[in-house]
Each structure stands twice: as structure tokens, then as C-alpha cells.
Design a protein around this ligand. Structure first.
Ligand SMILES: CNc1ncnc2c1ncn2[C@@H]1O[C@H](COP(=O)(O)OP(=O)(O)OP(=O)(O)O)[C@@H](O)[C@H]1O
Length: 160
């Protein structure tokens, strides 16, 4: 069973809100907002996505749309992070004020100016597909935490 994670992108006119991860998995990298879904407590994936967005950015996303499911495999044993299933959402409607949390430093980026060099290597592959408005699944393999060895993107019509 893969670990189920969420990732949320808040959009406004030509920009996306990213956060610099200050601790834990992906520390020092810019990313969307997300984390583990509390499945054991009966939390749904969408509820987990809304909760993590609020915890890490201060914003309440009220209309999350699923854009992708990313399936990651790591060849090296990464402890708890072996297989990941990341559910990716976007929203352009939100409430609240942006806050810096202990985990994330939020910042708006122009979509034409995303800091891919300071991000997970897979991001440069699939962000452009997301920003083109496509829905997709992706199968991505890493040999270790830094090295992507393969990726395959499959467009889908919906996530029902
Ligand atoms: C391998 N390539 C990757 N590319 C892009 N994004 C990736 C990723 N791998 C993980 N992510 C995201 O990184 C966050 C980790 O979250 P993570 O800190 O582990 O979760 P959570 O906040 O529950 O942790 P703690 O409460 O600190 O344990 C989470 O948004 C997840 O979607």
C-alpha cells in the first residue's frame, strides 16, 4: 500500500502560491501545500488536502479540483517513503490570510517563473501539464531522493 499524500496549488491571475518547506521530507524545496491524509481517523483525501492547505498556508480553499494523481516509486529504501500516491488539487477561490507556518514559507510566483532548480526534479515535468489545464496520472521512479530515473504521464478525461 502506498502512502497517500496531498498537494494543493492556489492560483490567482498568472500566479501560483508555493511554499518553501522548512523541515521534514523535501526540506529546502519549493512545493505546493500538502501532507499525509489521516485515513485511520476517517479523513477523506479532499478533507486532508483542505486541512494541510490551511495548516501550512493559512488559506481555506473552498473549491478544490483534482488535477492529477502522481504515483512515485523509490528504488532505494527511503524508510516510510517507499511508494507514494500524491493527489494533486488546484483552486482559484480561497479565503483567509496567508501565514508563514513552522513548516512552510509561502510566496506567490509567476507561472512563467517557477523556481524548478529549487524543487523536486519531477515538478518540471508535470507542472506544465497542470498549468495547461490537463487532468493526468503520472508514474515516476526515483533511484534515491534526488535522482529521477523515469516518468510517464497519461492524460485522463476525469477522476469521476
Ligand atoms: C518525490 N517527489 C515529490 N514531488 C513533489 N511533491 C512531493 C514529492 N514527494 C512528496 N511531495 C510532497 O511533499 C509533502 C510531504 O509532506 P510531509 O511533510 O511528509 O507530510 P506532513 O505535512 O503530513 O508531515 P509531518 O506532519 O511533518 O509528518 C507533501 O505535500 C507531498 O505531496
Amino acid at each position: 500500500m502506498p502512502l497517500i499524500l496531498t498537494l494543493v496549488f492556489v492560483l490567482r491571475e498568472g500566479q501560483v502560491l508555493l511554499g518553501l518547506k522548512k523541515r521534514g521530507f523535501g526540506q529546502g524545496l519549493w512545493n505546493g501545500f500538502g501532507g499525509k491524509v489521516n485515513l485511520a481517523d476517517g479523513e477523506t483525501i479532499i478533507q486532508g488536502a483542505v486541512r494541510e492547505l490551511q495548516e501550512e498556508s493559512g488559506l481555506i480553499g473552498n473549491n478544490l479540483e483534482k488535477v492529477a494523481i502522481l504515483n512515485f516509486q523509490f528504488e532505494k529504501d527511503m524508510g516510510k517513503y517507499t511508494d507514494l500516491e500524491i493527489h494533486v488539487f488546484k483552486t482559484s477561490t480561497f479565503e483567509g490570510e496567508i501565514i508563514e507556518s513552522e513548516e512552510m514559507l509561502p510566496k506567490w510566483y509567476n507561472i512563467s517563473d517557477i523556481p524548478y532548480k529549487e524543487m523536486w526534479p519531477d515538478d518540471a515535468i508535470w507542472y506544465p501539464v497542470m498549468f495547461a489545464g490537463k487532468l493526468f496520472t503520472a508514474d515516476i521512479k526515483f533511484s534515491d531522493e534526488k535522482t529521477m530515473i523515469s516518468h510517464k504521464i497519461t492524460e485522463v478525461l476525469s477522476f469521476e
